[in-house]
Design a protein around this ligand. Structure first.
Ligand SMILES: [Fe+2]
Ligand SMILES: [Fe+2]
Length: 166
């Protein structure tokens, strides 16, 4: 398995986007199935956001000062996704807001993933060497092991909130 930081994150993105498609194709009446898919989306996003917040973003901020604004904007985008995930995790799939809120989450995260992949990951790859990216990747794989899997678990929201209000 590659420990390249960008390969690891893009791999997560792929799984997250596949779940988004599943939700979009589930059909209007598939309430229970949609609930199960959203549970999976929330779990994937909670872990992914955690390893980016704790592993990738602080390293990029430190090593590639040119990307400071992109990192700060990304923390804000994570924060918006965190809020939506937290609300969705407390909401029944029967709720009339459930599908609408999920759609807004999907739109926001899709936009965020596109910016990461097309705008700033290529700059990170250009600025950092293979060795540095693989060190960051190895650190993120370690973080994954202890990552929160639900928004309610300790540590799930902390870093993004710290970045936004400090
Ligand atoms: Fe991100
Ligand atoms: Fe990401």
């Amino acid at each position: 398995m590659s420990t390249d930081a960008i390969v690891i994150l893009k791999d997560d993105h792929k799984r997250i986007k596949a779940l988004f498609k599943e939700f979009q194709n589930a059909g209007e009446t598939a309430t229970k199935r949609k609930g199960t898919i959203v549970d999976k989306i929330i779990e994937e996003l909670t872990v992914h956001t955690y390893i980016e917040n704790e592993g990738m973003y602080p390293e990029v901020r430190k090593l590639v000062p040119d990307l400071e604004q992109d990192v700060l904007e990304s923390y804000e985008e994570h924060h918006v996704a965190d809020v939506l995930c937290m609300e969705l995790s407390a909401m029944s799939p029967d709720d009339e807001h459930f599908a609408a809120k999920t759609t807004v989450l999907i739109e926001n995260v899709t936009h965020h993933i596109e910016e990461e992949e097309s705008e700033w990951f290529p700059k990170v790859r250009a600025a950092l060497g293979r060795k540095q990216l693989s060190e960051i990747g190895a650190e993120m794989l370690e973080l994954k092991k202890k990552a929160p899997r639900k928004p309610s678990q300790p540590g799930a929201l902390k870093k993004a909130v710290d970045a936004v209000i400090s």
